[in-house]
Write a protein that binds this ligand. Sequence first.
Ligand code: PMP
Length: 445
Amino acid sequence: SSSPSPSVQFGEKYVTAGLSRSLNAVVEKGEGSYLFVEDGRKMLDFTCGIGVTNLGHCHPRISAAAAKQCMEVVHMQCSIAFHPPYLKLIEKVLPLMPDPSLNSFFWWNSGSEAIEAAIKIARTATGRQNIISMQGAYHGRTFGAMAVTKSKTVYSEGVHPLMPGVYTLPYPYWHHFGLPPSTPSSQLSSLCLAQLDLLLKQQTAPRDTAAILIETVLGEGGYIPAPPEFLRGLREVCDKHGILLIIDEVQCGYGRAGKQFAIEYSGVRPDIMTIAKGLANGFPLSGVISRKEITDKLKAGSMGGTYAGNAVACAAACEVVDVMREEKVLENVNERSQELFTALNALRNNPKLAPCILDVRGQGLMVAVEFASPVGTGAHDPFVNPSVPKSLASRIAKRCQEKGMLILTTSVYEVIRFIPPLNITKEDLAKGCQIFKKAVEEVVR
Ligand code: PMP
């Protein structure tokens, strides 16, 4: 389309080439489910800044709580003293924990940092080194988090060696076994658990294995909920060998997958859980939560960070808990989720589009559509359909942008992910589905 605005051109000149953008524009304002671009466009936001502004942009109550905190205390370094919202937030999220054993908190800034802390806690508490993480996993861009990230090489390309002691297990995703999308999840779970058994016999002995790390819903790897039987299988193996189970709920937690935490679908108890993103609806805040017996093994002073658990972010996060409860946000997620699945499955039932759509999946408002690929991921990919246009998912996302909706792709496959606000209205969700449908029809045509 037209050439970038002068402000974007300035950004392109002075901001690192290492940063890429889905929308090459400057967003000046966000309000609820909408973004306002400097050129006057109003766009429906189905990204929530990658699952962060879950209660909409600039929710008046959350912004007000942050503004109020700004007049009280902004920064109280956590190694110097507590500040009130640091403790109040623990009080508010304690009853939300998926298991009452999760009773030891550390507030950090980002998801990556929470993962770094989780690895540190697991190594310290077990006295073991190795970490098993999942194929397709994304845990962040810092060095430890990068080492356990297995979704795309771009995050670590050219900067190896990474943190040692990391082993990879296939995730119960049909692609990882070259099986068709219709493969039952129980079969995929069994295949992965058998691989885990081998991994512990062939590559990393239980006595060297500190933790198994998993996203309850694989995010950047393609929006795939972990089957409950797989999570229960991991729990059993961990219990048997004294390995800790680290559950990464950074993206799928906090209502995104239709429950407070996605791990609730399985009833599995995490030993360590990481949260971030929706926690403070846009203020930088993450948390690593574990059991007191585990974190009591840490040396005083081993955890900390200048900005960790910022007071304004914690105050915003306290308000998030209240808004979610009072505005019945989880109910909305589950109602809108059904409507979203109905709309996406209707596309799949359209005979013209059916050959292009491999899968519709997800939980709550963390939903993906996977398209067939004309190219595939390699010479042996069985899911190649030469009649499908190239880079289908990116082209559909671009077409949605032209029609006034921001939406993202994910994974190395042709996947579009839906991350609308958790409090999106029925009307706005229907509008987004309509835009998506038109975009798919135009691109696939
Ligand atoms: N874990 C998961 C599951 C994530 O989705 C992300 C971010 N996409 C991270 C960790 C890293 O979080 P951050 O970008 O805040 O460092």
